[in-house]
Design a protein around this ligand. Structure first.
Ligand SMILES: Nc1nc2c(c(=O)[nH]1)N[C@H]1C(S)=C(S)[C@@H](COP(=O)(O)OP(=O)(O)OC[C@H]3O[C@@H](n4cnc5c(=O)[nH]c(N)nc54)[C@H](O)[C@@H]3O)O[C@H]1N2
Ligand SMILES: Nc1nc2c(c(=O)[nH]1)N[C@H]1C(S)=C(S)[C@@H](COP(=O)(O)OP(=O)(O)OC[C@H]3O[C@@H](n4cnc5c(=O)[nH]c(N)nc54)[C@H](O)[C@@H]3O)O[C@H]1N2
Ligand SMILES: [Mo]
Length: 778
């Protein structure tokens, strides 16, 4: 794990607008640090351009107006990290045992650069050694074919893989015989993907970028776009300039939502001016959104009752409710029965502020609600997604111009991966069609998600783990147990661009298979291949790499998957290598197997690609009732936080684990979190001043954290610096992945089975291993 932080950091509030000159300065710093070769600079200007590549950063869509210069600091970091001049060669591995590499921090591992050659673990030397590609594929085939039961292998996907690679991967795995598809989505927007189908029929957002041009009100729930989706700020800036109401619902007043200076607008940059983004900040306690949204819905109903009594215009969209929805009466009865004190208590928001938010909501004629991990990583996340749908349906804010649901996804193609079949719980209809298209009988039983995969590895059932990207050892909860699980495997395989801890926490046999990134030219059969991706707003487009590959000995993800399939299953039924030689053929296969892809190759060749139909956007409800469903839920008081407070009282803090400005998930680019004023360190805990006093600590003290859980296992993370912060009482925040040892494997969301990374009950203790610094300057 990471070494304790060296005492070089500082904490100081950030007073500048988000992005602006600060961001450009950091862009330059990153290019220098990564030693990006001169020729590769040009790629930065091709990011998200019609003839360039899709930014591997986030899943926010691109404006396809060729004149816009779409480019953001964190997109540059993602590209620079891939285009780095640094290399991890066989000579590097010859000089380092795995034991020695384990002592390096995640940041150091990342800094070594791009992997150049396939490597296999040699236990005698405790080192990775080069292996020929064919020998690597043969080793995988031998393990997979020796398992007997295909359910004893698990196939992870991180959301960067292209549609082509992901489609072949799921086809191969299903032909092999299992639906064991743990994926990053299980830890991310799963609550969205499971929640929305019940209410509106499909687990995707209903808006496109054009809707932002028409919206007059935008509610942003649990999201930090200045860091994680910086291009979204460009959209919000336009909305703000038009006078739209923008509300951030977040325990933190994220600096990036206060003011923004757009690098795309020279006047704003040169005059050092900026645009105010959010007009209102509501700060619920962690996990309080369910009660907050329910409170807003209750108030909307009260306002409608008043309007009816006064003979004024209705507040509810009664026509929409009558024509398009089911379940309204039961939902309304439940709202009327709900108690205000309980709503206030559970949301952490005063009744006046809930009423204020309701007023903003009903004043809006065209409302978009966006959300991120602040909504999806809790015990009651699926219920919260339902409640948000309910609220939007009350005023017909779904399926019309300028209004709708907008979950903002993480990885750049995580939504596309699901669309093309990375799904451990596939529908029977999907399997029927895939089976018909490829003349085989797919496995019908649901497979393992992330948490179930770890449990099955711990039980000794799953013995082979293959990862198409990602960093499973660090992204998952309960780190020591996850590591035991991976180490109990007979084989671990990682298809990957850069060294990370998952390569070191290995099975008995272990392979590292280095792959091309999206920014690199992918030549197959003498032709440069494009790959396709789907963004958060269901736009599918093609992406062409521009840079020379980081090494001559890399293979594309699509080719690696095809080769594994060929070695394991043979090519009697499917011409795997033929697919890998021409990705247009994979797209034809997708067209045959999945709805919405008619004319795939032709449509994706158009500038900007095409929009994949989302039925709910057209008010076509693919639900069991054929209508959009209102779902009533009581306020759950059964969460681990409630239980822990009953045991230990108010000393229990609810911990959220979140991203700093200088990381991409488990990849740590640098040690600053500029907008939150943290510099040179990551082991910090944000805490309210009153809680500091209540617990007898001071700003600058070092603490260790332990989880309150009931299975007798001690879960701890040591040596964190307390930082006084504007955060609600009882709530604290720290960074992921350092805090994953605190998340119990069994602490998951209802239905979603997502680790509750934003609500972990913890106790703070004076640190036995302080970082050794005097309190940093405030
Ligand atoms: N640069 C960069 N870009 C990224 C990523 C990255 O790591 N770095 N990661 C990508 C991925 S995979 C994803 S999923 C997205 C993640 O993007 P976000 O969804 O923004 O994820 P987090 O950084 O975890 O931040 C969650 C936000 O929710 C707030 N929050 C926490 N708990 C609650 C709560 O209970 N209620 C409310 N209302 N708010 C809460 C936090 O204060 C924080 O502002 O970004 C993607 N883009
Ligand atoms: N406590 C806590 N845990 C969390 C979260 C949290 O907020 N709190 N967030 C969760 C979320 S939202 C997510 S999405 C997951 C992320 O989980 P993952 O997707 O597993 O993790 P990443 O850190 O995004 O993976 C980074 C690695 O992917 C590899 N990589 C990068 N680019 C490519 C590529 O183009 N191809 C291939 N094959 N490999 C590539 C590199 O080796 C890099 O080290 O973590 C989850 N875990
Ligand atoms: Mo994510």
């Amino acid at each position: 794990m990471d070494k304790p932080t060296k005492p070089q950091g500082s904490i100081k509030p950030y007073h500048h607008p988000a992005a602006g000159w600060g961001a450009l300065k950091y862009v330059a710093i990153n290019l220098l640090k990564e030693k990006v070769p001169g020729g590769n600079y040009k790629t930065l200007f091709k990011q998200n351009q019609p003839d360039g590549f899709d930014c591997p950063g986030c899943a926010w869509p691109d404006r396809q107006h060729a004149s816009t210069f779409e480019f953001c600091e964190n997109g540059v970091k993602a590209v620079a990290a891939e285009a780095t001049g640094k290399r991890v060669t066989p000579a590097f591995f010859a000089g380092h045992t795995v034991e020695a590499l384990m002592k390096q921090s995640d940041y150091e591992l990342e800094q070594h650069g791009r992997l150049t050659d396939p490597m296999v673990y040699n236990a005698r030397a405790d080192k990775y050694e080069p292996i020929a590609w064919d020998a690597a594929f043969a080793l995988i085939a031998r393990h997979l074919n020796g398992l007997g039961d295909p359910g004893r292998a698990a196939f992870y996907t991180s959301g960067r893989a292209s549609n082509e690679a992901a489609f072949l991967y799921q086809l191969f795995v299903r032909m092999y015989g299992t639906n064991n598809f743990p994926d990053c989505s299980n830890m991310c927007h799963e609550a969205t993907s499971r929640g929305l189908p019940t209410t509106v029929g499909i687990g995707k957002g209903t808006v496109t970028l054009d809707d932002f041009e028409h919206a007059d009100t935008i509610l942003i729930f649990g999201q930090n776009p200045a860091t994680n989706h910086p291009r979204m700020l460009g959209e919000l800036r336009e909305c703000a300039k038009r006078g739209a109401a923008i509300v951030s619902i977040n325990p933190l007043r994220e600096r990036g939502l206060e003011r923004f200076a757009s690098p795309q607008h020279p006047v704003e940059m040169l005059t050092m001016s900026s645009t105010k983004i959010a007009t209102t900040f509501i700060q619920p306690k962690l996990g309080g959104d369910f009660a907050l949204i329910k409170g807003v819905a209750k108030r909307v109903l009260e306002l409608d009752d008043q309007a009816v009594a006064e003979g004024a215009e209705r507040v509810l969209d009664a026509a929409f409710i009558a024509e398009h929805t089911a379940g309204f009466d039961a939902f309304a009865a439940d709202l009327r029965a709900e108690s205000w004190p309980l709503l206030e208590e559970e949301s952490g928001v005063a009744r006046e502020d809930i009423e204020d938010l309701a007023r903003i909501y009903v004043n809006g004629k065209r409302v978009i609600s966006t959300w991120g991990m602040g909504i999806t990583q809790h015990k009651h996340s699926v219920q919260t997604v339902h409640m948000l749908s309910n609220l939007m349906m009350m005023r017909g804010n779904i399926g019309r111009e300028g209004a709708g649901l907008c979950p903002v996804r993480g990885h750049s193609n995580v939504q596309g991966n699901r669309t093309v079949g990375i799904e451990e719980k596939p529908t029977q209809a999907f399997l029927d069609r895939l089976g018909r298209a490829f003349d085989f009988e797919p496995p019908r039983e649901h497979g393992y998600d992330v948490v179930e995969t770890i449990e099955a590895m711990l039980e000794g059932h799953v013995k082979v783990f293959i990862g198409l990207g990602g960093n499973f050892a660090m992204a998952t909860p309960d780190t020591p147990r996850t590591w035991d699980a991976l180490r109990a495997c007979d084989l671990t395989v990682h298809i990957t661009t850069k060294l990370n801890r998952s390569h070191l926490v290995r099975g008995k046999d272990a392979l590292i298979l280095p792959t091309l990134g999206r920014t690199e030219i992918d030549m197959q059969g003498g032709l440069a291949q494009g790959v396709t991706v789907e963004d958060s707003m269901s736009m599918v487009h093609i992406s062409y790499g521009m840079n020379a590959p980081a090494s001559q000995n890399l293979m594309s993800e699509t080719a690696i998957v095809a080769q594994i399939a060929h070695a394991t299953l043979g090519s009697g039924k499917v011409d795997w290598l033929g697919y890998a030689s021409d990705y247009a053929r994979v797209r034809d296969a997708i067209e045959r197997s999945i709805d919405g892809f008619a004319d795939y190759n032709a449509r994706v060749a158009q500038p900007g690609g095409f929009h994949l139909r989302v039925a709910s956007r057209e008010r076509d409800w693919k639900t069991s009732t054929g209508k959009a469903n209102f779902i009533a839920h009581r306020i759950g008081q059964d969460s681990p936080i409630h239980r822990a407070k009953r045991l230990h009282g108010e000393r229990v803090m609810t911990l959220m684990t979140t991203r700093s400005h200088d990381q991409y998930n488990t990849t740590i680019y640098a040690l600053d979190d500029r907008y939150r004023g943290v510099f040179g360190q990551r082991r910090v805990v944000f805490i309210n001043a009153a809680d500091l006093r209540m617990l007898g600590f001071q700003h600058g003290d070092w603490v260790d954290m332990t989880t309150v859980w009931d299975d007798g296992i001690e879960r701890r993370a040591d040596s964190f610096l307390l930082v006084e912060y504007d955060i609600p009482r009882g709530c604290i925040g720290s960074y992921y992945p350092e805090t994953n040892p605190l998340v119990p494997l069994a602490s998951v969301g209802d239905v979603s089975n997502t680790p509750t990374s934003k609500s972990i009950p913890v106790l703070l203790h004076k640190s036995a291993r302080p970082g050794g610094v005097a309190a940093p300057q405030a």
